[in-house]
Design a binder for this molecule. Sequence first.
Ligand code: SF4
Ligand code: FES
Length: 333
Amino acid sequence: MFKVSIDGISVEVEPGTSILNAARQIGGDIVPPAMCYYSKLEGSGGKCRTCLVKVSKGSEKDPRPMPKLVASCRTTVMDGMEVQNITSPEVIEARKGVVEMLLLNHPLDCPVCDQAGECHLQDLGFEHGAAKTRYEFDRRTFERIDIGDKIQLHMTRCILCYRCVYTADQITNQRVHGVLNRGDHSEISTYIQKAVDNDFSGNVIDVCPVGALTDRTFRFKNRVWFTKPVEAHRDCEHEKCSGKVTLWYKGEDVLRVTARKDQYGEVEEFICNTCRFDKKKTSDWVIEGPRKVSNQSVISSNHYDTLMPLPVVKKNLVLQEANKEQFERETRL
Ligand code: SF4
Ligand code: FES
């Protein structure tokens, strides 16, 4: 095992582990953000540079620091390596620059974007975004494209992380979309806008870290923080599909179905399109219980059961009712 220290916290990991995954083994604030790396997708990472860290000591054998900041998702640990993430002002400054770069073309349309509340770029912008941009040119914009009848691509929001391309390549049988052109002409496209039509195409929605690929059956139906996530499963006939999902309820209605995501926003297991798009009745599912939502997530708002025990909520409701009656009495007088 290799011993590595990240922001002063030591961990022992297998040789060949990336710095990012070593940090994930420690967990907490010292884990670098990742917009393009996705542990379930082979070859992902190395595109967005949000995971940059400083290697202040290369290894026990060669303690020289690395000359530049490195992408932690693509750099493997060495025995005795020392890494700085949130303890390095240089890294924080570089991350700010990366966010500014990602936001050169990405619109700030969070108030109308379906990804708002679960968008990694929104979180990064909140933590590291500069108040102003130095960019003087027009942002590039694209028309929205319907990829089949269930998925919509809004290329204007795409940050070219390639996750959807790897997903289509590795999870589905026929990839018909990819990144065309180079540099600032690069775009995600289905060649001559062919429909992505296969049983697992919906997974591109879950892996997209921003709102570029959205579920057409959920678009503009609701804000994610007004919905109630519930874990459920079914015995799916598709052999590659886990059948384990999160149902997003509003009242009695299931507004959307997604795969279950871990603390890093990555799906635990991929699901097929039948589970995602065609099973929107409670009776289709075996309900396991409410999904645990981190208190830091905006999705936890209005979910008082995690914040207040039920008797307290009931007491508050009684008090509210009493106040209302008192208010009505006083205004009548
Ligand atoms: S559409 Fe989304 S998942 Fe695909 S490259 Fe763009 S940002 Fe990444
Ligand atoms: S997550 Fe490492 S470069 Fe994107």
